[in-house]
Design a protein around this ligand. Structure first.
Ligand SMILES: Nc1ncnc2c1ncn2[C@@H]1O[C@H](COP(=O)(O)OP(=O)(O)O)[C@@H](O)[C@H]1O
Ligand SMILES: [Mg+2]
Length: 350
């Protein structure tokens, strides 16, 4: 509140400090692209330790060759025609050799009887990465939509095959027909799984109160015959708590997580399943002592068709992610190569 009474006289302001410590990276450029001034933020941006390393050097040292001509043209406009240059995107080469994406704005700066160029630079590398990721996701989503359309079309003829198979079984029983039917069911299963992850909204299952502890316990019984070498540790707290959601989606998601955990354990190992309530969220952790996931693959998890298994579909985790997000939950993954992986899911109780 005291500050309200503080009056600043322009002549008392230390403009030098204001520019030197500005959060914007600022350059002053003279004729032929000579760097005449560079503030702290600019040194940081270019990974330089002192202004001496850059002063009186040519600005083109920091620009990729393919944009030299356009930058020269623009600089000429500022220095000779005293034109300001609107925001434009470019690339710069840092002192450590890394190329970064930047946004640049340039205005004339009058110094004694000369016209110089004041250049304000902003690092937008992170924003560009996010934009690229979003584009990739959009592309994947549209591939998913097309594939879902095809899956739908395949289901129609398969349904009539199934019908005729049924009739054939009645009129001409044969042991191969049983096998054909099981194989067909497998195909339906795959198609349904795929349709469910690519178009989750088609699933008009109602939101009901679900007791996840109960569901987790019954799920584990499905894996009984596969648990020979794997020890299961269950730690289910706050078991009376319920989560509003689609029961079958939850079941599938936890099935997929436990299946992955089992498949990650090559020889002997342990799977730990935790459930507890904290801060309005139900927390579920599925951890294994399996092979682990390399760091560069962690960000790929949940992407449709991403799989490292020879018989994998790469749809399991996509289903897990879409289910968690559809229920306004969060998912985080921790993994160490050779030690194991832990999936932590948080679902809001309300
Ligand atoms: N618990 C885990 N431990 C190690 N790797 C895992 C684990 N869960 C998933 N992964 C990796 O993520 C990939 C994608 O999993 P998922 O979507 O379920 O497809 P799929 O199991 O058909 O390969 C797997 O191929 C595997 O490489
Ligand atoms: Mg899987």
């Amino acid at each position: 509140m005291i500050y309200l009474e503080l009056k600043i006289d322009l002549k008392d302001i230390d403009f030098q400090q204001l520019v030197e410590c500005s959060l914007n990276a600022i350059w002053v450029i003279g004729e032929e692209g000579k760097i005449l001034y560079c503030n702290k933020a600019c040194l940081e941006l270019l990974k330089l330790s002192s202004a001496q390393e850059i002063l009186y050097k040519n600005l083109y040292v920091f620009l990729p060759y393919d944009i030299h001509d356009i930058c020269k043209e623009r600089l000429k406009g500022v220095l000779e025609k005293e034109e300001a240059i609107e925001l434009f995107e470019a690339k710069m080469i840092r002192n450590d050799g890394k190329v970064i994406d930047v946004e640049v704005r340039t205005v004339p700066y009058y110094f004694k009887d000369k016209v110089l160029a004041q250049v304000i630079i902003q690092d937008i590398t992170q924003r560009k990465i996010t934009e690229r990721l979003l584009k990739d996701r959009e592309k994947l989503a549209s591939i998913g939509q097309i594939a879902a359309g095809i899956a739908h079309e395949i289901k129609n003829p398969l349904t009539s095959v199934k019908g005729f198979l049924q009739l054939l079984k009645e009129s001409h029983p044969h042991r191969y027909l049983e096998t054909m039917e099981t194989e067909l069911e497998q195909a339906f299963d795959t198609l349904d799984n795929f349709l469910q992850v690519s178009k989750p909204n088609l699933q008009d299952e109602p939101f009901i109160p679900v007791n996840l502890c109960k569901e987790l316990t019954s799920l584990l019984s499905l894996f009984q015959q596969r648990l020979y070498n794997v020890q299961i540790e269950i730690d289910l707290k706050d078991s009376e708590r319920k989560v509003m959601g689609k029961r079958n989606l939850f079941l599938k998601a936890f099935f997929n997580l436990i299946k992955n955990a089992l498949e990650a354990i090559q020889d002997k190992g342990k799977i730990r399943i935790e459930h507890y309530y904290k801060d309005e969220y139900i927390h579920i952790k599925v951890s294994d002592t399996g092979v682990g996931i390399p760091e560069d693959e962690l960000k790929m998890l949940g992407t449709p068709f991403f799989s490292n298994k020879s018989d994998g579909t790469g749809l399991g985790l996509t289903q897990v992610f879409t289910t968690v997000h559809e229920h306004a939950g969060n998912i985080s993954i921790q993994s160490t190569i050779g030690k194991g992986t832990s999936f932590h899911i948080q679902l809001p109780v309300h």
